[in-house]
Write a protein that binds this ligand. Structure first.
Ligand code: GLA
Length: 383
């Protein structure tokens, strides 16, 4: 049975209504990490791991939400701001509250959701949650909001739950296209689809299973450090608004004033934006080997300059670097756990996965999960 059928049936059993069905995907990010909240460039894509939502208007003022995979249900008053108990419900509640600002017609709903997108793996499951639910409410209540507005609303909803995230994940979930990456300029919010159809490599994700508690707090700290870096760099470039506009030459001039930490953070961002540009040129001429090399460079920047990696991620990237047939690898997403993204030649895939699973298990007594993913379409109404 398809996920959509399972969710539809679970919804019907619980609510005895015919629902609207919507799907929303997770994302990979090929390159451009931590650049989104620095007005920079990112190159993510939606993947074939997704959440499906069944939604219908509720009779009274009470929203009833059901997470089918967790077998958890929650109820809250659509008009009241008291945060729901489960973290997944707080995201959905925040979306509802944000959308209520766009129309009085947005009232309580019943909703069941679930799918094959693992939470906490750095695949932007929270963005899949918010964008899927927002798209469903947009359709259900005829709000007519476009995808760019929905992305902003969903980002704001995440901010309300305490993570000061950028806009990459929401754009990937809403603007993804099958067999394409999404080149997003996070300043102008312009989107360009870049075909990624290369027979010679597969996109393989290795999930460390690690979710460090400090991921959210350190993420917010990195954002502050970037702001502090800008303030110091403004002494050298008075009109500067974001790290995107800094050159390596200016960074060197400001090195002493920045101090080692802010210099390292800023340097990583400046170099990473450049790497995204290089990645796009390499992709346009089909240079997958060159692309792989700059993915490794991103990892070393995230590890040494931005300091958001962890031993498990470093271990997997080192293993990838030592494996013939693995073209490129790096940690992906906010950091401190989650997945590595690997470009692997099909004939090397089996051996790489076997070795990674065995060696990782020996070193960390954790089970490694591997997913080969395809680039897929962004969130959509199923019916
Ligand atoms: C998380 C955030 C994104 C982005 C990445 C790092 O996924 O939600 O906005 O900042 O981390 O690139």
């Amino acid at each position: 049975m398809t996920t959509a059928k399972i969710i539809e049936q679970a919804f019907f059993t619980k609510f005895k209504q015919e629902p609207l069905l919507v799907r929303s995907p997770g994302r990979i990010n090929l390159i451009g990490e931590h650049t989104d909240y620095n007005d920079g460039l990112v190159l993510p894509g939606a993947i074939d791991k997704e959440l499906v939502f069944a939604v219908a208007p509720a009779d009274g003022d009470t929203c009833c939400l059901h997470a089918n995979d967790l077998q958890e249900s929650i109820e809250f008053d659509a008009g009241c701001g008291k945060p729901a108990d489960h973290s997944w419900a707080r995201y959905l509640q925040a979306v509802l509250q944000e959308l209520q600002g766009y129309g009085e017609c947005v009232t309580a709903v019943n909703c069941t959701f679930g799918g094959n997108l693992p939470p906490g793996a750095g695949l932007a499951s929270s963005a899949a949650l918010t964008t899927g639910f927002a798209l469903a409410l947009n359709q259900l209540f005829g709000l007519g909001l476009d995808r760019a507005t929905l992305a902003r609303i969903c980002q704001q909803a995440e901010h309300l739950t305490g993570t000061d995230c950028g806009i990459m994940d929401q754009y990937a979930a809403l603007f993804g296209q099958r067999n394409n990456l999404v080149l997003l300029d996070c300043r102008s919010l312009s989107v360009q689809h870049i075909p990624f159809v290369h027979e010679e490599v597969r996109i393989v994700l290795l999930n460390t299973g690690v979710t460090h508690a400090l991921a959210d707090s350190e993420y917010n700290v990195r954002r502050q450090e970037c702001r502090q870096g800008i303030e110091i760099l403004q002494r050298f470039m008075p009109d500067l608004e974001s790290l995107r506009d800094v050159t390596l030459t200016t960074l060197e001039k400001a090195r002493e004033e920045l101090g080692p930490k802010l210099y390292a953070r800023s340097r990583y961002i400046v170099e990473e934006n450049q790497r995204v540009r290089t990645a796009c040129s390499l992709l346009s001429c089909g240079d997958i080997a060159g692309l792989g090399q700059i993915m490794f460079a991103t990892h070393y920047g995230l590890r040494d300059l931005y300091e958001v990696s962890c031993p498990e991620l470093d271990f997997l990237v080192e293993l990838a670097a030592d494996t013939e047939g693995v073209v490129g690898a790096r940690m992906m997403g906010g950091g401190f756990g989650g997945c590595t993204i690997n470009l692997v030649r099909p004939d090397a895939s089996q051996r790489f996965l076997e070795n990674a699973t065995a060696y990782f298990g020996n070193s960390f007594s954790q089970n490694l999960q591997a997913y080969a993913v395809q680039l897929s379409d962004g969130a959509s109404v199923i019916r």
